[in-house]
Design a protein around this ligand. Structure first.
Ligand code: URA
Length: 235
C-alpha cells in the first residue's frame, strides 16, 4: 500500500496531509526518514509518524458535527485555541476534520478516520456542493447579486465558478442569503462578498451534498448512517 494511503487508513490525516507530512520529514520507515513520497509499504515495515508507530485501523468512523463558532478545524492548535476535537472527546478514535470552516463560522463539518473519504470530499475535482447561510451587513443590489452568481475575482486572483445565491430575508440593517458553491478556497464565501463590497457578519454551513445540518445543536455530533456514507463516497 502506498505510504500516503497507509497513513490515511491509520486515521492520522488525509492523504494530501500525509504527503505534506512526508515532505516535511515527519515520517520514518524502519527508523529512517522517508524521502520517497511514492514509497510502497511492505509487510513488516515499521512506519512512524512524529516518532509514534502507526498501523492502519480496521473500523472506519464517520461523524457529522455542528461546529460552533470560536474554534478551529484542526486536531491541535499551536496558539492554544479551542479545536473541534474538544467537542468530540467521547469518541475513542483518532478522527480528523474533513476540510475546514473558519474560526467564526459554524455549521456542518464531517469528522472521520478514513483518509479516502476526506480526500473524496475535499478534492476540487469532485465538486461537492456546499450550502451556506450568510448574513451580510446592509442590503445587496441586483447587479451585485448577479456578479456573485456569475463568479467574482477574489483578492487572491482566483475566479470563482458560478454560484447559486438567493436572498432569504432582509431588514434595514442586514440581509440573509443562501449561497451554494462547490469550491473550497480559504474564506471563500467571505471573500466573495468582500469582492463585491459587502461584509459577512455571520456564516453557517447548512449542507454538504444532500446531507443537512438539520437540528444538530452547536458542539454536538452524530454518526453518519451507512447510506449517508455510501452517498457521500459516490458523489
Ligand atoms: N467560506 C468562508 O468564508 N468561510 C468558511 O468557513 C467556509 C466557507
Amino acid at each position: 500500500m502506498r505510504i500516503n494511503k497507509y497513513i490515511a487508513s491509520a486515521g492520522i490525516a488525509s492523504r494530501r496531509k500525509a504527503d505534506e507530512m512526508i515532505a516535511s520529514g515527519q515520517v520514518k520507515v524502519n527508523g529512517a526518514v522517508l524521502t520517497k513520497p511514492g514509497y510502497d509499504v511492505l509487510p513488516g515495515d515499521i512506519v512512524e509518524v512524529r516518532g509514534q508507530e502507526i498501523r492502519p485501523s480496521g473500523e472506519k468512523l464517520y461523524y457529522a458535527m455542528n461546529k460552533p463558532m470560536g474554534c478551529v478545524t484542526t486536531v491541535k492548535d499551536d496558539k492554544g485555541r479551542a479545536t473541534v476535537m474538544d467537542y468530540i472527546r467521547e469518541v475513542d478514535a483518532r478522527l480528523f476534520p474533513v476540510g475546514r470552516l473558519d474560526f467564526n463560522t459554524s455549521g456542518l463539518l464531517f469528522l472521520t478516520n478514513d483518509g479516502d473519504f476526506a480526500y473524496k470530499l475535499t478534492h476540487p475535482k469532485h465538486k461537492v456542493d456546499k450550502k451556506y447561510l450568510v448574513r451580510i451587513a446592509g442590503n445587496i443590489n441586483k447587479a451585485d447579486l448577479s456578479r456573485l452568481r456569475r463568479g467574482v475575482v477574489l483578492d487572491t486572483g482566483f475566479r470563482t465558478s458560478p454560484a447559486q445565491v438567493n436572498i432569504i430575508t432582509w431588514n434595514r440593517h442586514s440581509t440573509i442569503l443562501d449561497v451554494t458553491i462547490h469550491e473550497g478556497k480559504k474564506r471563500q464565501v467571505r471573500k466573495m462578498f468582500e469582492a463585491v463590497g459587502y461584509h459577512v457578519v455571520q456564516l453557517e454551513r447548512v449542507s454538504i451534498g444532500n446531507i443537512q445540518l438539520g437540528h444538530l445543536k452547536p458542539g454536538r455530533c452524530r454518526k453518519l448512517n451507512p447510506s449517508e456514507v455510501k452517498y457521500l463516497m459516490n458523489l
